[in-house]
Ligand binder design. Structure first.
Ligand code: 5GP
Ligand code: MN
Length: 353
């Protein structure tokens, strides 16, 4: 129906020309490229990585996506027919690929710590150019070329712009467009977050012109969960959520809870967002007892910034309204620290009233 409308919208150029030139020159000069994203990849990390990899392969490059650990099951529909390497499962093979590559690209993360220690050691040790393509604040100085745009909705949007500004849109096909569309959709909460300014809609419109199946992509990436995940999340909300002063929510899941519901990576995705649908709850925290640490995720609304809290207390970071980090200690200690932070937040609020 919409295809009869004219395709007139121009997307503004925002990446500086020197970075585009360096990016293209480096890609032109190599044949073997490794694309990496952060641990527990999400729709944006995987969408941007797959899309860029497919474009580079179409250009004749030997490009490989290496993800640090097992992908959430919810993303497996994206990777059908696409070969990629999972570092934690194939350390030897991944190590060989990294040792033989001529270029490393880091997508959707801002510091090497985000890929985990053993993969980080290999990436840092590789004496090849490293290009960062990312939308998180405060990129570290570990990269040779930085295409860092924290003002953008997603790395997938940035990849679209990078392809556009590099003159590479001819390599985009329906699969590439679908991957980027999923990345933007999932990182913007289907365009509901404040990070969705008008041009995001234009970029998504451009991607729709490649004939993507929007209802299918939405259903698969935003509205499909395994039954055990639905049960685990329901249990968490019913039995493991504490509300403080009617305005802050804390959910905790320990090892025993996770085992009871046969937890797999990705099963708690978006759980931390759920308390925010209650009026007056503007700050939500979720703590999960992982094998090596307590994973802490925070979400907020309005003026309340959670990235600073995650950086200061949980060795993490992220965005103003969606951030996360890790706590090294017991769940009880993590919860105690949380209550200290709550007291601090309440005192600060008192001072500003
Ligand atoms: P999530 O709660 O979905 O795991 O993560 C929310 C946001 O925080 C994402 O933007 C993600 O990139 C960022 N994030 C997640 N874990 C970490 C971490 O361990 N360190 C940092 N710096 N950021 C993280
Ligand atoms: Mn992202």
């Amino acid at each position: 129906m919409w295809s009869k409308f004219e395709k007139t919208v121009m997307i503004k150029r925002i990446i500086d020309e020197a970075s585009i030139k360096r990016f293209k020159d480096i890609v032109d000069s190599v044949s073997h490229i490794v694309i990496t994203c952060h641990k527990t990849a999400d729709g944006d990390a995987m969408g941007s990585s797959l899309a860029l990899c497919k474009v580079l392969r179409k250009m004749g490059k030997n490009a490989t996506v290496i993800v640090p650990d097992q992908l959430p099951l919810s993303l497996s529909f994206m990777t059908k027919g696409f070969d990629y390497v999972t570092f934690s499962r194939n350390e030897v093979m991944a190590g060989n690929i990294i040792r033989n590559t001529q270029l490393i690209m880091s997508l959707d993360y801002n510091e090497m710590d985000r890929v985990g220690q053993s993969m980080k050691t290999l990436l840092v040790g590789a004496k090849v150019p490293k290009i960062l393509i990312d939308h998180h604040l405060n990129p570290s100085k570990e990269f040779d070329v930085m295409i860092s745009h924290p003002e953008l909705s997603s790395t997938s949007e940035l990849i679209y712009r990078l392809l556009d500004e590099s003159g590479w849109l001819d390599y985009v096909d329906q699969q590439v467009a679908s991957s980027l569309f999923i990345g933007i959709m999932t990182d913007t909460g289907n365009l509901s977050f404040s990070s969705s300014y008008p041009e995001v809609y234009h970029v998504m419109g451009k991607l729709m012109e490649y004939g993507i199946d929007k209802p299918y992509l939405y259903k698969m990436s935003m509205d499909t969960v395994p039954l055990n995940s639905l049960k685990l999340q329901s249990y968490a909300l019913l039995n493991k959520m504490t509300i403080i002063d009617d305005s802050f929510a804390l959910i905790t899941l320990d090892k025993a809870d996770l085992a009871t519901y046969n937890y797999k990576t990705g099963d708690t995705e978006r759980l931390v967002n759920k308390p925010l649908s209650v009026k007056n709850i503007h700050w939500s925290t979720f703590m999960r007892e992982d094998p090596n640490c307590i994973k802490v995720s925070m979400r907020s609304e309005g003026d309340f910034a959670v990235d600073e809290l995650c950086t200061r207390y949980f060795n993490g970071g992220g965005h103003m309204h969606a951030a996360a980090g890790e706590f090294y200690g017991s769940m009880q200690e993590a919860v105690e620290l949380y209550y200290k932070i709550v007291e601090e937040v309440k005192n600060q609020n008192k001072q500003t009233i």
